[in-house]
Design a protein around this ligand. Structure first.
Ligand code: SF4
Length: 701
């Protein structure tokens, strides 16, 4: 039997997974919930296999419905056993108070996620700063969008993934996708690309793998991972040399071009070919196509951004777009394809180490005063910015580090780089609390596991990849007694003596978020639940109830003090971990169609398991032959940090010097046990997408 009011009820909401936030209608009541796609502006009736299967998990037998605690308190070798909410929360509050009494306020930390609703992300940031008064909070979006966000802020003074609606892609004559594979990660988005191609548009994909997206493109550039910056600088060099720069635009709307022009002088085409492997002729075709298009869009994603120089790489592509006069021009521009469902909203409202709601800086006295007034606290009591995600995790259990950690909506034991090191740090904690709806690999390590409501059982708002604020609506009741994370934080705040400042009601929290964001860069103050319902979502910034919202940013001016976009000079650097005799190949990681993030949900879906049941590492036939590896053999990938096993997928769609591993599995097939935690100095993004690896056959299929 299903859950709900008895009679069947249909509710319009959105897919729980990626940033496309496809619209769907969930029907629930006296039978298990079902769904149909909706004609929402991003998906227009389409869903991918993940979306179609999403209601399967609501009644999954492994759903957590009761808190779990260690049978012997303090002994994580003892089993997790069911407990009452009172017992579980008593243990949590006691651990928080004991840790802060002994080690100071910053010894209690919070780790959030890009799947939390805006209200939950806002409440989590406020909970850390007001109820715990700790600076130790960050979230898994640091591993996702931070490099693109850093580059957008540097260039435009504002970070909104796509500064234009997704549908603009259909009208662009040329689209360049760098390290992005929407055909596998968000297939319904391909309708906009397909519509463009049917009109004769030309799509160019930059990716070390010939992905499904690359196969559909007019041109596929296949650079060595970690060299996208050199490629972009090379394209700009060519644009300058060929007289393709939009001089009027550069003069009227930008600053800093002269320095960048000097910087790219050294990126002559054959040198760029040597660095990247992209032939000069392909470089020329790309830059001429972009420059001659009436409307052109450059999109970057994690393939370009998850590097130690990820921010600079995104800047290099923005420089190219600016030189060609694209950002802010109707139907053209640069954007980044957000990954997680609320990756955009999740980084706007304060669960980031350095940020207050509305994209305000925690270090800015005026921002602190504004938000403190909304929260009814003294600005002097707000902590200063804390450590970024990996830095926070890497200091767990150390002197000066976090000793009690509260994790919401994140599975860092699988998703963090150098995952075995992170698991070891989690074990070093005095106390770990995880809120989740399944026993994730991170939850397995916890002292207390708190069950939480799933997407269709909770309400709030999400902000999709376009900056469109939409509503997640409650389609059915959660299992008896299970709260959503908003209610959990309100309850915990109450037990910590700050309950009067926290609500568990999403709309009440949204009203407060509106006030906190008012006047900030991500201004939500004109957005209401009613408007979202009436308008298919509202694009921020929306500073007043009668403001129409802002689907297109930067049409008149950029969000910098002088209104001009800034060129930023950036240089190619060698990979942090060059290949050598011991580790002679390059490892890159990514997603597959039927799995999502750390797989906590999708690996439990029976229908998705049928599509992608085993982790498969891709290698080129030449490499496989040299190493004596056949299709489906078990191979071991080894890096300086660890080893992991996969089945071999022998395919000529990958470069012969590169190996690809999906990151959705943990344990013995944990791709992140291999990845390099070297951090981008600006964004603190780890170098997920490139490290040196050795491959060996260890068994047959
Ligand atoms: Fe869900 Fe993304 Fe698939 Fe749409 S594309 S159904 S939002 S996972």
């Amino acid at each position: 039997a299903g859950r709900g009011a008895g009679a069947l009820r249909t509710t319009a909401t959105h897919c729980p997974y990626c940033s496309l936030q496809c619209g769907m209608a969930v029907t629930a009541g006296d039978r298990p919930a079902t769904l149909v796609p909706l004609d929402f502006p991003t998906n227009r009736g389409g869903l991918c296999s993940k979306g179609w299967s999403s209601t399967e998990l609501l009644d999954h037998p492994e759903r957590l419905t009761r808190p779990l605690v260690r049978a012997v308190p303090g002994d994580r070798t003892s089993p997790l056993v069911e407990a009452s909410w009172d017992d579980a929360l008593d243990r949590v509050v006691e651990a928080i108070e004991r840790t802060q009494r002994t080690h100071g306020r910053d010894a209690v930390g919070c780790f959030g996620g890009g799947s939390l609703t805006n209200e939950q992300a806002y409440q989590f940031g406020k909970f850390a700063r007001v109820a715990l008064r700790t600076s130790a909070i960050d979230y898994n979006g640091r591993f996702c969008m931070s490099s693109a966000a850093g580059a957008a802020n540097r260039a435009f003074g504002l970070d909104r993934g796509m500064p234009f609606p997704l549908s603009d892609i259909a009208g662009a004559d040329v689209v360049v996708l760098v390290g992005s594979n929407p055909a596998d990660t968000m297939p319904p988005a391909m309708r906009w690309f397909d519509a463009g191609r049917e009109r004769g548009a030309q799509h160019i994909v930059v990716d070390p793998r010939r992905t499904a997206t690359a196969r559909s493109a007019a041109l596929h550039l296949q650079p060595l991972p970690g060299t996208d910056l050199a490629l972009a600088n090379g394209l700009l060099h060519l644009a300058i040399a060929e007289g393709l720069v939009d001089e009027d635009y550069v003069a009227a709307r930008t600053t800093g071009f002269a320095e960048v022009r000097d910087g790219v002088a050294a990126y002559w085409p054959d040198r760029v070919e040597r660095i990247t492997g992209v032939p000069v002729e392909q470089q020329r075709r790309t830059v001429f196509a972009l420059a001659r298009a009436a409307k052109a869009i450059v999109l970057t994603a994690r393939g370009a951004e998850q590097h130690r120089s990820g921010t600079d790489t995104a800047s290099a592509w923005i420089n190219l777009a600016l030189a060609l006069g694209l950002p802010g021009r109707p139907g053209s521009g640069w954007g980044t394809v957000t990954g997680q469902g609320n990756g955009q909203g999740g980084r706007e409202h304060g669960q980031k180490a350095d940020q207050l709601p509305g994209y305000r800086s925690l270090a800015d006295p005026a921002a602190r005063a504004h938000v403190a007034a909304v929260w009814g606290v003294d600005p002097a009591d707000l902590p200063m910015p804390g450590k970024s995600a990996f830095e926070l995790l890497d200091a767990l259990g150390t002197d000066g580090g976090v000793r009690t950690l509260l994790v919401l909506a994140s599975n860092v034991a699988v998703s963090a780089p150098d995952a075995r090191r992170v698991i070891s740090r989690l074990r070093d904690l005095d106390f770990l609390v995880v809120s989740d709806f399944f026993l994730s690999q991170t939850a397995e390590l916890a002292d207390v596991v708190l069950p939480s409501a799933m997407w269709a059982e909770e309400a709030g708002t999400m902000t999709n990849l376009e900056g469109r604020v939409i509503r997640r609506r409650r389609a059915l009741d959660p299992p008896a007694g299970v709260p959503d994370d908003l209610q959990l934080l309100a309850t915990l705040a109450g037990r910590l003596g700050a309950g009067d400042r926290f609500s568990g009601d999403p709309e009440t929290v949204f009203q407060e978020l509106r006030r906190a964001s008012a006047g900030g860069a991500a201004d939500y103050s004109g957005i209401s639940y009613e408007r979202i319902d009436a308008e298919d979502g509202v694009f921020w910034p929306c500073p007043a109830p009668d403001h129409p919202g802002t689907p297109w940013l930067f049409t008149e001016r950029f969000a910098t003090p002088d209104g001009r976009a800034r060129f930023v000079r950036v240089e190619h650097v060698e990979a942090h971990e060059p290949t050598d005799d011991e580790y002679p190949l390059v490892l890159t990681t990514g997603r597959v169609l039927a799995q999502y993030q750390s797989g906590t949900q999708t690996r439990r879906s029976r229908s998705l398991q049928l599509i992608a049941p085993t982790p498969r590492a891709e290698l080129h036939p030449d490499l496989a032959r040299r190493l004596g590896i056949a299709q489906d053999d078990v191979v071991e990938l080894a890096t300086r940090r660890g080893r992991a096993r996969f089945h071999a997928q022998v395919t000529d769609s990958i470069r012969p010097d590169v190996v690809f591993a999906p990151f959705h599995w943990g344990g013995g097939s944990s791709a992140n046990a291999l990845t390099d935690p070297a951090l981008d100095p600006t964004s603190k993004m780890p170098a997920f997408k490139v490290c040196a690896v050795a491959v060996a056959r260890v068994g047959g299929p």
